[in-house]
Design a protein around this ligand. Structure first.
Ligand code: ADP
Ligand code: ZN
Ligand code: ZN
Length: 726
């Protein structure tokens, strides 16, 4: 690729123009010698650095261009206008087209991308381009007969046509503004605290389940909207919370064109829908943007407030590509744009809680439920000496019967989908295993028959008629998942209407919404579900929550496991008795004395957090240390481990390039717990430091050296900053 310029180090050639004022960027700098312009372009290619091109017409920073790259044509982003390119001008290739269907991306957006690139150690183009809606970064959307001026023009024409049709002009189901309930004293104090933030500041709203955090967000949002500013409202998952979208639509709907005032962004949208919502946010028509983690990179010209609901939720962490935390980016963005950020949760992440403890975040507490009902009582049933009926204690079954008789709903929580986690031969001990992964295969029931499924690679296999090892025909499912629980409850409570909500029952578009609405309408008596049911729902008639296999999460190796378990149990417990007193949670366990359960019983987040933070501090774990994780994948485990060994020794080769190495600890490479997935072996290397700047400095050099080392090794690798799971 002789004509493409790869600058040596992405960090040293970082586009100085990004922080400049928009006015100074809008004109291309003319080269004296050539009579043409130079553009430094970020491209979504797995190469570090930026790429210089020649252009006949002026371009601006933040503008997209179509450029040749090898044999391909790519859309890239102009990030700088160098006066002299990085190589001789005659070696440069020429920009094919300057796309002017959008104004240039604003400097605040470019700054956010630049930060994410630097912080997460990924080439700028790999950060920037995927942050745009797909039609804006695909050359196919601009070339060929069907392009017709590009996706933006096409969308505008389509919308104009639609507006002419009367049935579409009035958005249905939006019945004008709805009166907000009068805030209670705690809620008022929270709203006032948020309103008091001058410029940037983070307010952590810790509110027990049912304390009315949503009302706090909506009031805070209203104040900002009334000043003509935009609000970015992040939620972990949208399809699980249609209630919130409805509430927002009702509350912020106002007269003509009101459907423009709320835009919704999540990964379930079609490319066209995504482009439309993104454009509304970008051009300021949408005053409120509700979205999942991917919405954090949406440009908002008049941003006035960012809300991150359930800020502790793992869904905010992207698990492939750029492994960013949308919550952390939200805090940075708020800081950069000088706007307040609200983080809300019943169980804040220990990172956020620690910031609040140390005074970096303001903290307000909603200690009471908004509807003046008490939090549910949590009863622990010690299952060690009990005879269980398909995993149910007599206590739980009796309590369920009582609630059903009283006409209340019951939720049974079990964090395991499928029928049974493994199939087993009782004669020889054979267990069903995935041939491609170091994992058992899970038995799933279907309308017609059953099959075995691997939850790691997705592979499926028929259920063997007889044991593959000894030929015995008596194969038994071992353990229980949601399907088996549903089946058992159907036999035990033949009158009850049962619904199951898990990743399998909600695979089809709209099915989760339908199932949840059945629960809300009272068409379901018993709801069996995984963590999907724990999130956010305000069930009016749910009196009892039964928790089945919490113990299985108790001894996970990851140091965040107790924190996650506590948050999950608090969430699911919080579904009980939200509108009426007398809610109860029954938690079955073999370890009733575990601190996580004790704290849950007392609804004692602060006690749990104190205990957990002390432990983290004594062990030198986050938030008292900063981590990065290098994961290598290869056909051979030895190769993966070898690559990590090489990676570990890179700093020794050039110590002067790693001045902060003394403050950074590199652990031994180890195989992952599930070492093989889809015939690929995986190993990891943990990097840790007590200083974030020292770690960042180290990683900048290391990721550069890794790129060189990775070229020769037959491995794939990924570097994750602030890994969520280790
Ligand atoms: P959280 O998100 O904190 O778990 P929600 O926002 O779902 O709680 O609110 C719980 C319930 O309390 C909802 O039914 C909501 O309508 C109701 N609610 C909220 N604020 C008030 C208030 N000030 N007065 C009466 N009811 C309220
Ligand atoms: Zn056997
Ligand atoms: Zn598998």
């Amino acid at each position: 690729m002789a004509t493409v310029v790869v600058s040596a180090l992405p960090d040293t050639s970082m586009h100085p123009d990004i922080s400049a004022q928009p006015g100074t960027q809008d004109t291309g700098v003319e080269s004296a010698s050539q009579g043409s312009y130079y553009a430094r372009v970020a491209l979504d290619v797995p190469l570090p650095g930026l790429f210089d091109y020649r252009s006949k017409t002026a371009t601006a920073v933040g503008q997209r261009v179509i450029v040749p790259f090898g044999q391909r044509k790519l859309i890239g982003m102009v990030v700088a206008l160098p006066e002299t390119p990085a190589v001789a001008p005659e070696q440069l290739r020429e920009v094919i087209a300057v796309l002017d269907d959008l104004p240039p991306m604003p400097p605040t957006w470019l700054a956010l991308m630049e930060f994410a690139s630097r912080y997460y150690q990924r080439p700028l183009g790999e950060v920037m381009m995927p942050a745009l809606p797909p039609p804006l970064r695909k050359t196919s959307a601009y070339t060929g007969k069907l392009a017709a001026g590009g996706p933006v023009k096409r969308l505008e024409r389509r919308l104009a046509r639609r507006r002419l049709k009367p049935e579409d002009s009035a958005p249905s189901g939006v019945a004008g503004s709805v009166e907000a309930p009068t805030l209670n004293a705690e809620q008022r104090a929270a709203v006032e605290r948020i309103a008091a933030v001058q410029g940037h500041g983070v307010v952590l709203v810790r509110g027990v389940t049912g304390s009315g955090k949503t009302e706090v967000y909506l009031h805070a949002a209203r104040q900002v909207l009334e000043r003509g500013l935009q609000v970015l409202f992040l939620v972990p998952e949208i399809n699980l919370t249609p209630q919130l979208e409805q509430a927002l639509r009702k509350r912020f709907a106002r007269g003509e064109g009101e459907h423009d005032s709320l835009a919704v962004l999540h990964s379930g949208l079609s490319d066209g829908e995504r482009l439309q919502a993104w454009l509304q946010a970008f051009n300021g028509k949408a005053r409120m943007l509700l979205g999942t983690r991917l919405a954090i990179t949406t440009p908002l010209p008049r941003l006035g407030l960012i809300i991150v609901d359930e800020e502790h939720d793992a869904s905010y962490k992207q698990q492939d590509g750029l492994r960013y935390s949308a919550r952390d980016l939200a805090v940075w963005r708020g800081h950069n744009q000088g706007v307040p950020v609200v983080l809300g949760s019943a169980t804040p992440s220990l990172e956020s809680w620690n910031h609040a403890r140390q005074g970096r975040y303001a903290c307000v507490t909603l200690a009471h439920r908004a509807r003046e009902v008490a939090l549910p009582t949590v009863r622990m049933v010690d299952t060690r000496r009990l005879r269980l009926e398909q995993g149910f204690s007599p206590h739980l079954l009796d309590a369920m019967q009582e609630r059903l008789t009283a006409g209340e709903q019951v939720l049974v929580f079990i964090n395991r989908r499928g029928y049974a986690p493994v199939l087993n031969c009782s004669s020889c001990g054979w267990v069903s295993q995935c041939p491609r992964c170091t994992a058992y295969t899970v038995l799933h029931r279907r309308v017609r028959g059953a099959h075995l499924q691997c939850h790691h690679c997705g592979g499926q296999a028929p259920v063997p008629r007889a044991c593959p090892t000894c030929g015995d025909q008596d194969l038994k499912p071992m353990g229980r998942g949601t399907q088996r629980i549903e089946e058992f409850l159907g036999e035990w409570f033949p009158e009850a209407r049962i619904a199951r909500i898990d990743a399998d029952s909600t695979r089809l578009k709209g099915s989760a919404e339908r199932l949840f609405s059945q629960v809300h309408q009272g068409e379901v008596d018993i709801l069996v579900g995984t963590q999907m049911v724990a999130k956010g729902h305000d069930f009016a008639n749910l009196g009892l929550v039964g928790v089945l296999n919490a113990d299985s999460m108790l001894f996970a190796q990851d140091f965040r496991a107790p924190e996650r378990l506590f948050a999950q149990l608090m969430q699911v417990a919080g579904r009980a008795g939200r509108h009426r007193a007398g809610g109860e949670v029954i938690l079955q366990t073999d370890y009733p004395e575990q601190p996580v359960y004790r704290a849950l019983q007392r609804h004692d987040y602060e006690g749990f957090a104190r205990y957990a933070l002390e432990e983290r501090e004594s062990l030198g774990l986050p938030p008292f240390a900063y981590q990065a994780l290098l994961v290598a994948e290869s056909r051979e485990l030895a190769q993966a481990l070898q690559f990590l060994e090489t990676a570990r020794s890179l700093p020794e080769g050039s110590p002067q390039a790693y001045p902060t190495q003394g403050q950074v600890m590199l652990y031994d490479p180890v195989p992952l717990r599930v070492v093989r997935v889809a015939n690929v072996e995986r190993a990891q290397l943990l990097v840790e430091s007590h200083s974030r700047p020292a770690l960042q400095h180290f990683l900048a050099q290391w990721s550069h050296d890794l790129f060189q080392a990775g070229r020769d090794a037959r491995v794939r690798y990924s570097l994750e900053v602030d890994p969520f799971e280790i």
